[in-house]
Every structure is written in structure tokens, then in C-alpha cells.
Design a protein. Structure first.
Lengths: 241, 245
């Protein structure tokens, strides 16, 4: 399968601390890949390297055939940061229309993205008055405008109502079916089963990179949380601390 | 830089301002109220009011726009919207000029109200044209915007950003010729005053106060202030990094 993202020997240092220790992986195009790991495992740093805003020490990141962060990619990569990065003093509609205008798109595209994330009832509200969950969906809407080829979402479902969370995952898969590649990070293992593929990250190292089915089979358990634990123990035995 | 994006950004910033009614009210009303205060302070001092009020018409937009911009830009940095914007097709100059245009327009409204009040209510009298006073006020406001955009890079919090006011603005106020004529300052103070853009803005205003037609000195001063704006914007662009540690 064709890769949308290829990471090779990626090393990132923040300050004196090494956050990513030589990560290599490939993310297939048109799929939903989950990036899972506890908080502090380096998920956000890897995501930042993929969208091209992270200074890297060594290694390469190739996105849709170009080096990450290339100007041409700014049209095709949608990025949602962990903290909702939308303007609190603008309404949902004003936010979406502004981001649409950056891609040369109009009000119709903005309104479509708002209804896609289930905020059609709140378009006129100031983002600052929304609940946390609504606010992060407003942020998501701004990234979905213009149907980017790659959507990189840092913990988009945190604080969402379970029904909405299911809706969002359905939306992600619908987008993937239309050819969009999605990379979704989460620290909640119960979301892992919803992904086509998983990357398991711990302390800056990749300890799993496969489909949920294969990860379950290898670890010999149906529970992904338990599978993650077994992978960690295996790794610790292989490389004594 | 793409004009569509620049103007969309300016529109977005003005929309943010529009939702903040109290800030708009303060921006528009405060300079006029302060001028009124000056009027009563110098009630019997004749031309002194004319001299000081004219300088203040240039100083207020500079100070307010510096403050407003440095906080607004700091928010873009701390809330993550800046990082996000820099992953979109928006160019650095689109953002900086967007701020310049938006707050420049806000300053034009502020300046027009303050100038209107000063001339018609408070009896300010200048030999030169009122339109030129508004023009200089707007250029000063944009200078404040440009310096605010630049200084916001060196602040991590709003507390720090506000502290740049005494660092960047107050020395320019003290040395611009308002308190002591620049010619009477000692050599090193004059030299310091010579490299501060506000000195030229104040001199330009004094020219409008004393001459019926725009003078060469006034145009030269205005050019110097405009050049300072360009330099500050280039420096501000250098502080916007697409990749960060």
C-alpha cells in the first residue's frame, strides 16, 4: 500500500532531553491510524514533526512524497493541536470562514465543516462560550475545511460525549474512504480498536506498529490495553533498563 | 504574500475587536477624555494647550496600538493559533500586514474622533491642515502596531508584555521633545532621541502646528517614521518561526 507518511530514524531533542529515539514508521494512505501512548510518550512531538513545525535533530519525515513542512504541503495537511487553537473571541462561523479564506474557500465550505462536526446549532456562538468538547470540535472543523489529503489530529476526542465520539470516528472513517489519510492521537486505549492501524509509543520509542487484530494476536489477548501492557513488558525484558 | 489572505486576516482581527465592545469604547473615548483633561489643566495658558494637545494626538494612537497589538499577538502565540496559522498557506507578511491594516483602520477612527473633538470642542488651533494631523496619527499608530508585533516575541505572559510599555514607549515619550526641547538636551540624550522614531513623529506634528502648507521637514519626518515601521515589521517577521524547538 502507498504511504502517506514515512518517518525514518527520527530523533528529536527538546532542551537537553531526547524525546524521540530514532522512530521509523510508515502510515498507509487512505486509512485511520491511531497514535497511542501515555501522556509524555512523545505523541505530540511526533505529530509536530509530521506537520513540519518541530525542529528535528536527525532523521527524515516525508509527507505525501515531500519533506514535512514544505510550502506545498500547507494546502493539503490539516492540523488540529491538542489545545483547541481557534479564536475564543469569534463565533464558530467566523472562525471557520477565516480558516476557509486561508485556503481560498468560501462560506459554503466553512458551513459544511461546521455541520460535519455537529456544531450546526452553535454557529453563531462565541467559541469562548462553548463547552470544552464543542470548542475542540470547532477547532476540528477549521482543519477539515477544504478536504485536506492528510488530517493530523492531536487528541480530538478528549472530553467528548460518547455519542459524539462515535459520530466523530464514523466521520473519520468516511473521510478515509474518500481517500483522506488520518493520523489521530489518543491516550485512551478504548479508542484504539476504532483505528485501521496502530502506532504504540512509549517513552519516545515505537513499541507497536500494526493493525489492532495483529497486535491482539501477537500479544495473545483481545483487550488492547492488556496487549499494550504485554508489549511494554516484552520490550523491558529485551532491553533491561 | 497574498492580498486575499492579508485582507481576510485584517477582517478577522477587526471582527475580534468588534466582539469586544469595551475595548472599542476605550479606544475611541479615552484619547478624547485625556485631551479634555489637558484642556482644563492649561485653561489659561493659551498656546501651551495647542502645543501639547497636538503632540498628544500623535502619542495616544502610538501607545494604545502598541499595547493592544502586543497583547493580541501574544495571545496568538500562547493559544496555539499562530502555530496553526503557520501550517496553512498564510504567509508571515499576510499576518503582520493584516494586523497593520486592522489596527491602522481602528487608529484612523480613534484619530478622527480625537482630532474632531480637539479642534471643534476644545478649540485646538493649528496653522496647518487637520487632515495631516490624522495622517500622522495613523502612521504613528501603525508604528505602535509594528513595534508591538516585534516585542510580543520577547514576552511569554501578558504581565511581561505590558512591561514592554515602559521599556519601549516611555523613553521615546521622555525624549521626543515634549518635556524638554530636543535642542536643549545634552549631546548623548539628543543622540538617543535621534534614533527614536517618535521624535520624528512629534517634529512632524509641530511642523503642521506652525506652517500652513506641508513642509519638506514634515514629509522627511513622516518618511523616517514609515521606514521605522518597515524595519520593525521585518524584525517582527524574523521572530515568526514555522519550526520551533
Amino acid at each position: 500500500m502507498e504511504s502517506a507518511i514515512e518517518v525514518r530514524d527520527l530523533v528529536v531533542e527538546r532542551g537537553k532531553r531526547r524525546v524521540l529515539h530514532g522512530i521509523s514508521c510508515a502510515i498507509p494512505a487512505g486509512s485511520v491510524t491511531g497514535l497511542l501512548g501515555p501522556s509524555g510518550s512523545g505523541k505530540t512531538t511526533l505529530i509536530r514533526a509530521i506537520v513540519g513545525v518541530q525542529i528535528v535533530k536527525s532523521g527524515t519525515v516525508t509527507v505525501l512524497g515531500r519533506p514535512a513542512g514544505t510550502a506545498a504541503l500547507r494546502r493539503t495537511v490539516g492540523y488540529v493541536t491538542q489545545a483547541p487553537s481557534v479564536y475564543a473571541d469569534l463565533s464558530v462561523r467566523e472562525n471557520a470562514r477565516y480558516f476557509a479564506s486561508l485556503y481560498g474557500l468560501g462560506a459554503a465550505d466553512a458551513d459544511q465543516a461546521i455541520s460535519d462536526v455537529g456544531l450546526a446549532d452553535a454557529t453563531g456562538q462565541l467559541v469562548g462560550n462553548l463547552s470544552d468538547g464543542q470548542r475542540s470540535r470547532a477547532s476540528l472543523a477549521c482543519a477539515m475545511i477544504g478536504r485536506p489529503g492528510l488530517l493530523v489530529l492531536d487528541e480530538p476526542t478528549v472530553g467528548q460525549d460518547p455519542v459524539l465520539r462515535a459520530d466523530l470516528w464514523a466521520k473519520f472513517h468516511a473521510l478515509a474512504d474518500q481517500g483522506t489519510t488520518l493520523l489521530v492521537s489518543s491516550h485512551v486505549m478504548d479508542e484504539a480498536g476504532r483505528c485501521d492501524r496502530l502506532l504504540l509509543l512509549r517513552e519516545g520509542r515505537l513499541i507497536g506498529d500494526d493493525t489492532p487484530a495483529v497486535i491482539r494476536a501477537t500479544a495473545g489477548t483481545d483487550d488492547l490495553e492488556e496487549a499494550f501492557l504485554r508489549l511494554i513488558r516484552e520490550q523491558e525484558q529485551a532491553v533491561p533498563a | 504574500m497574498k492580498l486575499g489572505i492579508t485582507f481576510a486576516t485584517a477582517g478577522r482581527i477587526l471582527r475580534q475587536l468588534r466582539h469586544d465592545r469595551r475595548t472599542v469604547a476605550l479606544l475611541v473615548a479615552v484619547p478624547t477624555l485625556l485631551l479634555t483633561l489637558l484642556y482644563f489643566m492649561y485653561e489659561n495658558a493659551g498656546p501651551t494647550f495647542d502645543r501639547i494637545a497636538l503632540i498628544m494626538l500623535g502619542v495616544f494612537p502610538f501607545v494604545t496600538m502598541f499595547l493592544v497589538t502586543s497583547i493580541a499577538m501574544l495571545r496568538e502565540r500562547t493559544t496555539g493559533t499562530l502555530e496553526r496559522l503557520l501550517t496553512t498557506p498564510l504567509g508571515k507578511l499576510d499576518l503582520l500586514f493584516g494586523y497593520g491594516i486592522a489596527f491602522g483602520l481602528a487608529a484612523a477612527v480613534q484619530g478622527a474622533v480625537a482630532v474632531g473633538a480637539a479642534y471643534w470642542l476644545l478649540g485646538l488651533d493649528t496653522v496647518g491642515n487637520t487632515g495631516l494631523v490624522v495622517l500622522i496619527a495613523v502612521v504613528n499608530a501603525i508604528l505602535g502596531v509594528a513595534l508591538g508585533l516585534f516585542c510580543s516575541a520577547f514576552a511569554r505572559t501578558e504581565f511581561q508584555a505590558v512591561q514592554f510599555l515602559p521599556v519601549v514607549v516611555v523613553p521615546q515619550l521622555l525624549l521626543c521633545g515634549l518635556f524638554v526641547p530636543r535642542g536643549q538636551m545634552s549631546g548623548w540624550l539628543q543622540a538617543a532621541s535621534d534614533v527614536m522614531p517618535l521624535s520624528y513623529a512629534v517634529e512632524a506634528l509641530a511642523q503642521v502646528g506652525a506652517h500652513a502648507d506641508p513642509t519638506t521637514t514634515m514629509w522627511r519626518d513622516l518618511t523616517i517614521v514609515a521606514s521605522a515601521v518597515i524595519i520593525a515589521l521585518i524584525l517582527a517577521a524574523a521572530t515568526l518561526r514555522r519550526r520551533t524547538p
